[in-house]
Design a protein around this ligand. Structure first.
Ligand SMILES: Cc1cc2nc3c(=O)[nH]c(=O)nc-3n(C[C@H](O)[C@H](O)[C@H](O)COP(=O)(O)OP(=O)(O)OC[C@H]3O[C@@H](n4cnc5c(N)ncnc54)[C@H](O)[C@@H]3O)c2cc1C
Length: 479
């Protein structure tokens, strides 16, 4: 019996586990996939928003600005790439300048620091590749870029090192409450707890309905992207948005923390919460709109397309709080953008809730740090030293990103180990370069097979069923 069960290990479930692991409370995290961060958290714009977009007075506004403020310290402690590079919301007309002024007013009320309204010439001085048609922008220096899956991994890894029980491949299929205790059914057995935190993203509605009457409906909404090669990574130096509309925050162009250029997303409602397919129409729209902001983007240098699914619902705010019908059942649902930016602050709300039931006490010994060896960032002397200690660091597996066998083996034996090729990619970057794993994926497959003691045929590309040697990697039996 646990004190708390968290359902879902995207950035929200991981942030809750991380914050709760600082206290004397037992926590189990149940995740249906074979890895963490395998839902919306791995496929979004990766922006830590400044917080001028949400309406003042909403939870979203407060949690976005608080989350943004907390992000720097968390990323430093847990060794996660995060760069506060600032953002522009571009205006192409005097009418759009009215929106820019409205966002400035909202941002001021929300507590966003140091915003400025710029003229077109001032924008182009900062961003020379911006269109001549731009007449001004809202500049917010506190916006940043991050690696969403590395943030999630770092938080859950730290939680696990401090006692959290993480169960992967544990989809929740039923929940019952008897004598004040929740009984949660998964293929891995039954788990029991006094409190449930529902952080199941696009599936939060189904999880809630397993125990209570319907209180909200999630409308999945897909956004498609281009990810361009590093040769395009300096096309802009900050996050470049367009004015928001009812279709979302507008198409953005931004560098990534790994040095690429990200362009997207569109916004299309879909029936299937897991439908992350790309479409010609969606990508055409993204390309056309992005070119309005930055005409010189070279889409020939595109290395990957992907799509993420927003957990939209009918309201304008996050749905955070105890279920109206079931005591002890805490929903963190409808966490659309800026959910990633808000995650650290959302987790503090969850801690307050658990504290209201248990009176939490801080753990006496807690390890709140994490470091990793990133071979390519070492000096020549450090490289020689580490190869002497462990010759696996002398064997480069991913040539595009200079990732060594030593780093891959370390990851496979970490507290939240990868078991798939994309799991290795998310942890150490092997396969993230221009060839997108064309060269290194078979090597990574061999290493996974050897270290995990399983046959090569059993190694998956990514989600359950994505066999490489014996099945389809896209559509069909892939997740
Ligand atoms: C196109 C797009 C762009 C975005 N851009 C940004 C941005 O730039 N900045 C920003 O702040 N936010 C952004 N967001 C929002 C952000 O990505 C989300 O708010 C955040 O990732 C939500 O995290 P989550 O943990 O709630 O959901 P998820 O990451 O989807 O995690 C939910 C987890 O629950 C698991 N699960 C589901 N059902 C079950 C079950 N039955 N049993 C066990 N586990 C289950 C899933 O496998 C999944 O791992 C964007 C979103 C999209 C779609």
């Amino acid at each position: 019996m646990q004190d708390v069960i968290i359902i879902g290990c995207g950035v929200i479930g991981a942030a809750c586990a991380y914050e709760l692991s600082k206290y004397d409370v037992s926590v189990t995290v149940l995740e249906k996939s074979n890895d963490v961060a395998n839902g919306t958290t791995k496929a979004n714009s990766a922006i830590v928003h400044a917080g001028y977009d949400p309406m003042p007075g909403t939870k979203m506004a407060k949690l976005n600005v608080d989350g943004n403020r907390m992000m720097g310290e968390i990323c430093k402690k847990l060794d996660i790439p995060f760069k506060r590079i600032g953002s522009h919301v571009l205006a192409f007309s005097e009418k759009e300048m009215e929106t820019v002024h409205e966002l400035y007013r909202r941002g001021t009320e929300n507590g966003v620091p140091d915003m400025k309204i710029l003229t077109g010439d001032e924008v182009r001085k900062m961003e020379p590749n911006i269109s001549e048609d731009v007449v001004g922008s809202l500049y917010a220096p506190s916006a940043g870029i991050i690696s969403p899956w590395e943030l999630t991994l770092a938080m859950i890894e730290t939680a696990v090192r401090n006692g959290t029980n993480l169960q992967l491949e544990a989809p929740v299929t039923a929940i019952k409450k008897k004598d004040g205790i929740f009984h949660v059914t998964t293929p891995k057995g039954e788990f029991t707890a006094s409190i449930i935190i529902n952080a199941a993203g696009n599936h939060a509605e189904n999880i809630h309905e397993m125990i209570g009457v319907k209180e909200f409906t999630i409308q999945p909404c897909r956004g498609e992207y281009y990810l361009l090669d590093k040769s395009e990574g300096t096309r802009v130096g900050s996050v470049v948005f367009q004015c928001p509309s009812e279709r979302g925050k507008g198409i953005l162009v931004a560098p990534t923390v790994h040095g690429n250029l990200i362009v997207g997303p569109d916004s299309v409602n879909v029936d299937d919460p897991d439908d992350t397919s790309n479409t010609a129409a969606g990508l055409d729209y993204v390309r056309k709109m992005a070119t309005l902001s930055v005409p010189s983007i070279s889409f020939r240098d595109n290395i990957r397309n992907f799509a993420g699914i927003r957990a939209n619902h009918s309201g304008d705010d996050f749905l955070i709080g105890e279920s109206k019908t079931v005591e002890g059942f805490y929903n963190i649902a409808g966490i659309k953008s800026p959910g990633l930016s808000s995650a650290p602050a959302i987790a503090l709300e969850a801690v307050d809730y658990v504290n209201s039931k248990f009176e939490l006490k801080k753990k006496e010994s807690y390890c709140d740090s994490r470091t990793r060896i990133k071979f390519k960032e070492l000096s020549d002397e450090e490289k020689a030293e580490i190869i002497k200690k462990n010759p696996l660091y002398g064997r480069v597996i991913c040539r595009c990103e200079t990732v060594t066998e030593g780093e891959i083996v370390d990851a496979i034996h970490s507290p939240v180990p990868p078991t798939t090729i994309n799991g290795v990619k998310r942890r150490v970057g092997a396969g993230m370069g221009r060839c997108q794993g064309g060269f290194c994926a078979p090597r990574v497959q061999e290493i996974l097979s050897r270290e995990l003691g399983v046959d090569m045929e059993e190694i998956l590309m990514d989600g359950p069923g994505s066999y490489i040697l014996t099945g389809r990697t896209k559509g069909g039996n892939a997740e």
